[in-house]
Write a protein that binds this ligand. Sequence first.
Ligand SMILES: C[S@@+](CC[C@H](N)C(=O)[O-])C[C@H]1O[C@@H](n2cnc3c(N)ncnc32)[C@H](O)[C@@H]1O
Length: 86
Amino acid sequence: MTYARDHHYSVVAIDNLPGAHPLESFVLPRRAILLFGQEGSGLSADAREAVDTVCSIAQFGSTRSINAGVAAGIAMHAWIRRHALS
Ligand SMILES: C[S@@+](CC[C@H](N)C(=O)[O-])C[C@H]1O[C@@H](n2cnc3c(N)ncnc32)[C@H](O)[C@@H]1O
């Protein structure tokens, strides 16, 4: 977190926590560090407190969460769509 602050990055956690911003409508900052949780336990309490914001990925159906690798691909592609193509 010190590195992020010192280098002017926002740390954006990606997790399906209560109160998270929907990734589909959230504008990811260009200078973003994306943080993902562990399979099973998700983000630690310390990580939840340290990040600047949390974004969730919409799901359809009864599955509570997708795996971290899938979530990472979706979130990184959201950043690419916003910042890397123009
Ligand atoms: C399998 S999930 C486990 C924790 C999750 N909070 C849960 O309810 O089961 C592992 C990681 O994948 C990511 N992830 C899974 N589903 C997600 C979703 N719908 N939105 C955002 N991130 C998600 C998060 O980084 C999460 O910490």
